[in-house]
Each structure stands twice: as C-alpha cells, then as structure tokens.
Design a protein. Structure first.
Length: 95
C-alpha cells in the first residue's frame, strides 16, 4: 500500500509571476482541495491538497512555465514531466 505522499497529480498551467496564487483554496479536477503551497522551484510548485473522495492528503505538482512558440520544447518538457510522474508514483514511504 502506498502512502498519501506517493500520490501526485501533475498539471501543466501558465501562471502570471506576480499574481496571487489562484490554486490555494481551489478544488482541482472536482476532488482535490488545494490547502497550501509546500515547495517552489524554478518551473513548478508543489501543493498540499486533500483528496476529498478518499479522505487523504496528496501532493499536486504544477508546472508554471512561459509560453514557448517552439512545439519541440513543449513536447520534451511534457515527456520529462510524465517520466517524473511515473517514477514518483512508485515511491513508498510511511510518512
């Protein structure tokens, strides 16, 4: 059985850099209530969320990137993001 920390929802969105965080307090995909941002990197933010239908806490990683005209860049970033999602989903940890 995997812990709640091993379940991730990966999204790709574009956020305005100076805008207030639109996800905190929002419900994503109709079942994940975003509680707070717990980590921020150069291209993504990880949020603590509560999966309402399962009654558990989960992590949601959201990529925030500028819009590129070159489709090859998007294809490569999405490919790498999916690889990370597959690897991360295999992590098992009691905390």
């Amino acid at each position: 059985m995997r812990s709640a920390a091993s379940w991730f929802l990966f999204l790709v969105i574009t956020l305005a850099p100076a805008a207030a965080d639109p996800l905190v307090g929002a419900t994503v995909h109709g079942r994940y209530r975003v509680v707070e941002a717990i980590a921020t990197g150069g291209m993504s933010v990880v949020y603590l969320a509560h999966q309402e239908d399962m009654g558990r806490d989960v992590a949601i990683k959201v990529m925030r990137m500028p819009v590129w005209d070159d489709e090859r860049v998007w294809v490569d970033l999405v490919r790498r993001f999916r690889v990370e999602a597959r690897i991360t989903s295999q992590i098992e940890h009691p905390n």
